[in-house]
Design a protein around this ligand. Sequence first.
Ligand code: GLN
Ligand code: ZN
Length: 769
Amino acid sequence: MTAFPQGTILGYPRIGRRRELKKAVEAFWAGRIDEGELEAGAAALRADVRERLAGLGLGRADSAIPESFSFYDQVLDAAVTVGAIPTRFEGLRDADGGIGLPAYFTIARGEGDRAPLEMTKWFDSNYHYLVPEIGPDTVFSLSSDRIVRQVEEAVAAGYVTRPVVVGPVTLLALSKAADEAPEGFDPLSRLDDLLPVYVELLSRLAAAGAEWVQLDEPALVSESLPASTAELGAAAARAYAVLGGATPRPSIFVAAPYAALGANLEVLAAAPIEAIGIDLVRGTVPDAVAGLADKTIVGGVVDGHNIWRGDLSGAFDALQSLREVGAGGVAASTSTSLLHVPHDVDDESKLDARLVSWLAFADQKTAQVVTLAKGLAEGRDAIEDALDAASAALADRVDAPGVRDGAVRARTAALQEADYTREDYSLRVAAQDEALALPALPLTTIGSFPQTGDIRRARARFTRGEITSDEYEGFLREEISRVVALQEQLGLDVLVHGEPERNDMVQYFAENLDGFEVTENGWVQSYGSRATRPSILWGDVSRPAPITVAWSSFAQSLTSKPVKGMLTGPVTILAWSFVRDDQPLGETADQVALALRDEIADLEAAGIGVIQVDEPALRELLPLKKADQPAYLQWSVDSFRLATAAAETATQIHTHLCYSEFGVVIDAIRALDADVTSIEAARSRMEVVTDVAASGFDHGIGPGVYDIHSPRVPSAAEVESLLRRAVEEIPLRQLWVNPDCGLKTRGYEETNASLANIVEAARTVRDEV
Ligand code: GLN
Ligand code: ZN
């Protein structure tokens, strides 16, 4: 057996430094390149990555370089590898039963009436994976040898890399029951049937030249999955007894990122595997564990969750103390795959040099691991300079201008309990009813209207300096006028300005607040070919000037109907940015909240009487560990309340949440104390209203009646039936009528038709009640 490399990373960004993969994949989808060209482009990208990682100091031939490429998603890769695809896609297999690239993309994206796999958040990251569907009759068989061929490709280029595959327990734990499965079916019950395919895969990988394989098992750390950690541990014990006993096979490295492994570390320690990866950024160095003597423990000490250079010296100390848990060897690693961070800080020419010195993107984090590995091998002295340099950068952050702003600090320090609480809801309802005089079942939208090619082009021309800001603003005013006129003509009750000025609901605010910086090339994969460029929240947050007031008040000047001001909430701004790691998130959230509180006051002063504060990320930031959830819910809810609590009694505060898992966070939603909450409901055919009714939620609620994720136009009759269901279960005075989410990804044709049908349906139901 070859030893585990002294330093490694759990995975590397796949999209390419200039989003080459996105461009190639989308060109293939559009028919501009063929499959051969796409494969060649992807192979070139993989070759570049290996070369770069070797250049950064990972060994070429010691399995330190992960083979972590994916055309779309690593969970889909694993599902396709073992043939776990829904029956509706079975017809897409090749004659020999294999699943080729076109079929793979069809499973990811759907086609005609074959719905794609559902997508959901990967642990507590902003990455979305595809949810496999598994039933009692799913036949597992090796259906793609893509990962084997990548190992061969690397060997041919002179490398011995380490293939990375989602492990069997995580694959099943993240799957949902197939449509045809009986009520209560648990995909994890198929573990024993799945394992032989992994055994076969291991033998193929060994034959291809892999000396180590990395099986990712983050499910083992989560307390937010249907299966309990104990059940997951039991499954892991069974799975790794089988895989460990298989021959031939590469040495097995099981990685358990995203949180502390807890009791499941003992399970893996007892299994016949050769290395275990633990997240020491989210978890701490465990006590000594039996069974580790013949294993390497891989300490995830370099933070893969964020972009800070961090405390390298502390990381080295953690690795040193890891020697005490009783493992045969200790290696250095990132805490998670580097998929969550951009490629390279050196690609940012516009960032302030001082800020740059505090940052580490994927390439810099790789170099950090290499440094730590050298320290493990040669002793602390050998890396003293690098550790000192990182410590100096960390110290430099402490009192650099902007990191701590006296005025901001004084304001948060002076906050009182009363700053978080509005007047009693019943008084607010009365004042708002009088001020707004809305009909029953008031009609509104969630904020954005279609972001047309014209809007995107105008913004791009403005960014490139091809049009002046007067010209750009004139264009936006025309757009807003059009959207307001359209809503009046359709007969909506509470109008919006349509958000044409926003590229993104978080980045727009980041660009207009102090304490944030935006990147040029800091792309991070969100899902499939989609990437986002999260802003960097590095300092104390304040609002140099009003942000949205001019747009909202312009829209209000065009109509006698109320226009809803539109803000992004503190939790969502944090969730979709890279956030400073030098203070608790709750403190940062309060700073953002105070900036929004000022914005709300300015909106009110400009005559805006309805203001929505979007918090679609409230649910997704929920910690994986139950013990951490109450504290999170406390600060997240508090920050929303702090943002909104100074609003006048007659000002109607709305919030919007992008999902229908109402039950999980119902207490939090109630505690937000928004006057009106809109949620997704159309996709689940209004099932959520039952939860809402059962919970006794008594504020305004707008369960979505139009699934904006699909180009489909719902008929008036369909919307009517959804509304009737809502009216049956929820008191009329609480109900609002709105789509599931914003309309920015839709075209005007379907938007106009859908909204017209919604208005017609609401009028019909209004007449009946
Ligand atoms: N107001 C935003 C919009 O309509 C909300 C988007 C979201 O919830 N993701 O686009
Ligand atoms: Zn939404």
